[in-house]
Design a protein around this ligand. Structure first.
Ligand code: MFK
Ligand code: FAD
Length: 496
C-alpha cells in the first residue's frame, strides 16, 4: 500500500492546555476553580467535535434571501450549524453570564470559556463580544430602564430568551474616524427617536438589539456631537421593517459570520444617556470587545500551534519525525514562546478588568488596564497572523490546501488587526492612555513583578526598555507628528 499521510489530531483544547490549567489553578480559589471545570471540559469537548465536523463537511456560508416567492421583502438569513447552536452553547455554559457575576474572578472565568469556545463557534463570538460590550456600556451609563430591559436577555442562561446585540459604528465615511457619521436621529411627533442612515459593517445583523452612534438632528459636525442609542431589531418573530439588509459582505475570512450592509429607515431608538459624547459612552464597549479580540487571537494561535505540534510527531522527513529535526523543533519552540507572552498579556487584562470592575484593584491598576487593553489587542492581532502563517508552513503543502481546514486559520486571523480599531488606531489610543497616568502605572506593575522574580537578565532588559520609552516620550516626541509617527513602534515595544 502506498504511503498515506496522517492528518493532525486536535488534542483536548482544555485538558491538554497546560498554560490555561496552570493559570486557573494559580488565580482562582479552589472552590471556584472546581465549579468552573465542568463548563470548560464541555466546551473543550465541543471544540474537538467542531474541528472534526469542519474537517469532514463542506464549508458553508450564511445565505441572505431578500424576497420571498410572492414578492414580500423578507431579509431571511440561513446560518451555518455552529451559529444555529450558538445560543444554546452560550447559555448552557454561561459564557456571557459568567463575566457579569458578582466576583473579581468573573472576567477570568468568562474569558477562559471564550478562549475554548471561540474557534468552534465560527466567530459567533463576534456578536457575543458585542453583546458583552453592550451590557457593559449600558451598565456604565446608569440607565436603569435600559438595564432592566436588555440585560436579562443579554446575560440570560436560557436560550429561548437570549438576545444578541450589535455595535453599529462604522459607516462608508469612516470606521476609525467615526466623527464623520452621517446617520441622523430624529424625534417623531410622539417624541420617539428614530434613526435614519446607512451602516456599512454590521456583524450581528441577526441580533435582536444594537448600540448605534448617530447624530441628533440639528447637532453640529464632529465626534463629540454624536449620541449613543439602543435599538431593537425584531417585532416578535419578524425583523422590523425600518431595518433593511442591503447585502452580506463577501469576506476574506470569518465567512460563517453574517456581516451585512444595512440601512435604517426610521428605526426606533433610545439614547443611553446625554445626547452627545457618544464615543465616550461607547468606550466601555470598545474596551470589552478589544479584550475579546485579544483572547480570540490567542485562541487562534493555540489551535495553530497545537495542530502543528501534533503533525510534527506524525510526519516523517529524512528518516525521522519532523519533531526530531532540531530546526523544526526550534521553529515550534519559537512560536510557543511568542504565544506564551501573548497568552500572559491577554489573560492579564482579563483579570485586571475583573478586579477594576469589582472595586478590588490596586490604585494604579485602572490606569494600567487602560493602557494594556489597546496594547494587548494590537499585539495579539498581528501575532495571530504571524503564528498562523508559520503554522501553515509547518504542514508544508498540506497547509495550503483548503480541505485540510488549515488555510481558514490564517484567513480568519487577518481580521483581528482590522476590526475594533486597527493597529494604528490602537497605537494612537495607547498614546491617549499614556497622556494620563498609565506610564507610571506600568512602572509600578513592572516593579512589583520584578520584585518577585530573580531573573536578572529579564529585569535589566525590562528596565532598559521602560527607560528608553520614557526618554523617547520626554525628549524625542516633541511634536504631535513625531509622537504619532513613532506610536506603533512604542506600542509594540511596551506590549512585548
Ligand atoms: C472574535 C473577537 C471579538 C471581537 C469582536 C469584534 C466585532 C467587530 C465590530 C467592530 O469592528 S465595531 C467598530 C469598532 N470601531 C472602532 O473600534 C473605532 C475605532 N476608532 C477609534 O477607536 C477612535 O480612536 C475613536 C472613534 C475612539 C476616536 O473618536 P474621537 O471622538 O475622535 O476621539 P476622542 O475625542 O479622542 O475621544 C472621545 C472620548 O472618548 C474621550 O473622552 P472625553 O470625552 O472624556 O475626553 C476619550 O478619552 C474617550 N475614549 C476614546 N477611546 C477610549 C476612550 N475612553 C476609554 N477607552 C477608550 N478606548
Ligand atoms: P479606515 O478608518 O479608513 O482605515 C484605513 C487605514 O488607515 C487603516 O490602515 C488605518 O490603520 C489607517 N488609519 C486611519 N486613521 C489613522 C490615523 N489617524 N493615523 C494613522 N493611520 C490611520 N464595524 C461596526 O461598526 N460594526 C460591526 O459589526 C463591524 N463588523 C466588522 C466585521 C468585519 C469582518 C470587518 C472586516 C469589519 C467590521 N467592522 C464593523 C468595521 C471595522 O470596525 C472597520 O473596518 C475598522 O474600524 C476600520 O475602519 P475603516 O474600514 O473605515 O478603515
Amino acid at each position: 500500500m502506498a504511503f498515506l499521510q496522517d492528518s493532525p489530531q486536535l488534542s483536548h483544547p482544555y485538558r491538554s492546555d497546560r498554560l490555561l490549567l496552570a493559570l486557573l489553578d494559580r488565580a482562582l480559589p479552589a472552590e471556584r476553580r472546581a465549579a468552573l471545570d465542568a463548563d470548560l471540559d464541555a466546551l473543550g469537548d465541543y471544540a474537538q467535535m467542531a474541528w472534526q465536523r469542519a474537517c469532514t463537511t463542506t464549508r458553508r456560508k450564511p445565505v441572505l434571501t431578500q424576497w420571498d416567492a410572492w414578492g414580500q421583502r423578507v431579509d431571511r438569513i440561513e446560518l451555518t450549524p455552529a451559529w444555529t447552536e450558538g445560543a444554546a452553547i452560550t447559555t448552557r455554559h454561561a459564557v456571557l453570564a459568567a463575566g457579569h457575576m458578582d466576583s473579581e474572578h468573573a472576567r477570568l472565568e468568562e474569558f477562559a470559556r471564550v478562549y475554548l469556545y471561540h474557534l468552534a463557534s465560527e466567530f459567533y463570538t463576534c456578536p457575543l463580544a458585542m453583546t458583552d460590550g453592550a451590557a457593559t456600556a449600558i451598565k456604565a451609563s446608569g440607565n436603569r430602564e435600559l438595564t432592566e430591559r436588555a440585560l436579562p436577555h443579554f446575560l440570560s442562561r436560557d436560550a429561548s430568551n437570549f438576545w444578541l446585540s450589535g455595535q453599529w459604528m462604522t459607516e462608508n465615511t469612516g470606521g476609525s474616524d467615526v466623527g464623520n457619521t452621517e446617520t441622523v436621529a430624529r424625534q417623531d411627533t410622539g417624541g420617539q427617536w428614530r434613526l435614519h442612515g446607512r451602516k456599512w459593517f454590521s456583524s450581528a445583523v441577526v441580533g435582536e438589539a444594537a448600540l448605534a452612534l448617530a447624530r441628533p438632528q440639528g447637532a453640529p459636525a464632529g465626534a463629540a456631537a454624536l449620541a449613543l442609542f439602543y435599538v431593537e431589531t425584531m417585532d416578535g418573530a419578524r425583523r422590523k421593517p425600518e431595518l433593511i439588509i442591503d447585502r452580506l459582505k463577501d469576506k476574506l475570512g470569518t465567512q460563517e459570520l453574517p456581516t451585512a450592509e444595512i440601512h435604517l429607515d426610521g428605526l426606533p431608538a433610545w439614547p443611553l444617556g446625554e445626547l452627545a459624547h457618544g464615543v465616550r459612552q461607547v468606550a466601555p464597549m470598545l474596551n470589552v470587545t478589544r479584550t475579546w479580540n485579544a483572547i480570540c487571537a490567542i485562541a487562534s494561535m493555540a489551535r495553530a500551534i497545537s495542530l502543528a505540534r501534533d503533525f510534527a510527531i506524525r510526519r516523517q522527513a529524512f528518516g525521522r519525525p519532523l519533531i526530531e529535526h532540531p530546526l523544526h523543533a526550534q521553529t515550534l519552540a519559537d512560536m510557543q514562546a511568542e504565544f506564551e507572552g501573548a497568552f500572559a498579556l491577554a489573560f492579564e487584562i482579563a483579570q485586571l478588568l475583573g478586579r477594576v470592575e469589582h472595586g478590588v484593584a490596586a490604585p494604579h491598576e485602572a490606569a494600567l488596564l487602560r493602557l494594556l487593553t489597546p496594547l494587548a489587542k494590537l499585539w495579539t492581532g498581528k501575532l495571530a497572523v504571524t503564528i498562523c502563517s508559520e503554522a501553515l508552513e509547518c504542514f508544508g503543502g498540506a497547509g495550503y490546501i483548503e480541505d485540510t481546514g488549515l488555510p481558514q486559520l490564517l484567513r480568519d486571523a487577518q481580521v483581528y488587526a482590522i476590526w475594533e480599531g486597527t493597529t494604528n488606531v490602537l497605537s494612537l489610543d495607547s498614546l491617549r492612555a499614556l497622556a494620563g497616568d498609565s506610564f507610571a502605572a506600568l512602572r509600578i506593575a513592572t516593579q512589583s513583578w520584578l520584585d518577585g522574580n530573580d531573573d536578572m537578565h529579564a529585569a535589566s532588559a525590562i528596565r532598559q526598555t521602560l527607560d528608553a520609552a520614557a526618554r523617547w516620550l520626554d525628549q524625542h516626541a516633541t511634536t504631535r507628528e513625531m509622537l504619532e509617527a513613532g506610536a506603533r513602534g512604542l506600542a509594540f515595544t511596551l506590549a512585548r
